[in-house]
Ligand binder design. Structure first.
Ligand SMILES: Nc1nc2c(c(=O)[nH]1)N[C@@H](CN(C=O)c1ccc(C(=O)N[C@@H](CCC(=O)O)C(=O)O)cc1)CN2
Ligand SMILES: NCC(=O)N[C@@H]1O[C@H](COP(=O)([O-])[O-])[C@@H](O)[C@H]1O
Length: 249
């Protein structure tokens, strides 16, 4: 398995890597809960819009509904309870063993609620994406929507970023911005943001698998051009068009 994201063509790239064909690119998804982002990735794959195949879903929680979604999609679903391990390193070693059995080109965190150790991050450097429910670098950590409402922000949103040792501090590759209404409720803000997550995450994953998005020495690159700190800002229209989604759906 190559370490580098794959180019589109079949010839070896300048590093001598011969990319796998598109339909062989392999994705492992880590979850902890509902799995609506996992479902968006599954749906994208079904429409040949993911640029690869989800070969396994791993959850640290046995009650994650995302496990049901994986099984219904015929995807290998594994529960690895973090409570069964003495510490983070022990858990991550067990997680690595399961992941490596599936030889992924990309690891996608989709609501995965465990902080990963430097050992894990270094092993898969440049091949782990996460979706975070804020416009990073604003609101790193947890409870982002409530904190944004408490601050009375006019805009909020979601960010796809490369996972690094720094929690929610990795280079941003894509963002979706939503307007926050005057009397916006927490529930409707979560729904608004997640609707956009479901559009941008499959696009970001596909562009990575196609070799268009990658993590360079200085940060995230798109088509070999450095991305700004906010990554690619995707409007609802642009994302829906890219995903060939019916905007009114
Ligand atoms: N090394 C990294 N690990 C993770 C990153 C990252 O950027 N670097 N992103 C997170 C995802 N995340 C927010 O997007 C996040 C997940 C979990 C937590 C957290 O505090 N987790 C607690 C447990 C919380 C719980 O179980 O409900 C913990 O691990 O002790 C913060 C942010 C994924 N990992
Ligand atoms: N800090 C990580 C975090 O809060 N991630 C958030 O968890 C939700 C998971 O939903 P899902 O399980 O339905 O995809 C998503 O909204 C994602 O942004």
């Amino acid at each position: 398995m190559n370490d580098m994201p794959h180019a589109d063509n079949a010839e070896a790239d300048t590093n001598g890597f011969t990319p796998e064909p598109v339909d062989k690119r392999r994705v492992v998804v880590l979850i902890s809960g509902n799995g609506s982002n996992l479902q968006a990735l599954i749906d994208a794959q079904r429409h040949d819009e993911l640029g690869g195949e989800i070969v396994a879903v791993i959850s640290n929680r046995g009650d994650a509904y995302g496990l049901v979604r994986a099984k219904e999609a015929g995807i290998d679903a594994v529960v690895l309870p973090h409570q069964e391990y003495d510490d983070r390193e022990a858990y991550d070693r067990a997680l690595i063993k399961v992941i490596d059995r599936h030889a992924p080109d990309l690891i996608v965190l989709a609501g995965f609620m465990r902080i990963l150790t430097p050992m894990f991050v270094h092993r898969y450097a440049g091949r782990v994406l996460n979706i975070h429910p804020s416009l990073l670098p604003a609101y790193q950590g947890l409870h982002t929507h409530q904190r944004a409402l408490d601050d009375g922000v006019a805009e909020h949103g979601a960010s796809v970023h490369f996972v690094t040792e720094e929690l929610d501090g990795g280079p941003v590759v894509m963002q979706a911005v939503v307007k926050v209404g005057e009397n916006q409720s927490l529930e409707t803000l979560v729904e608004k943001v997640q609707a956009r997550e479901h559009l941008i995450y499959p696009i970001a994953a596909r562009w990575f698998l196609e070799g268009r998005l990658r993590l360079g020495a200085e940060g995230a690159l798109f088509d070999n051009m450095p991305l700004p700190p906010t990554g690619l800002r995707m409007s609802h229209e642009d994302a829906a068009e890219e995903l060939d989604e019916d905007i009114d759906a």
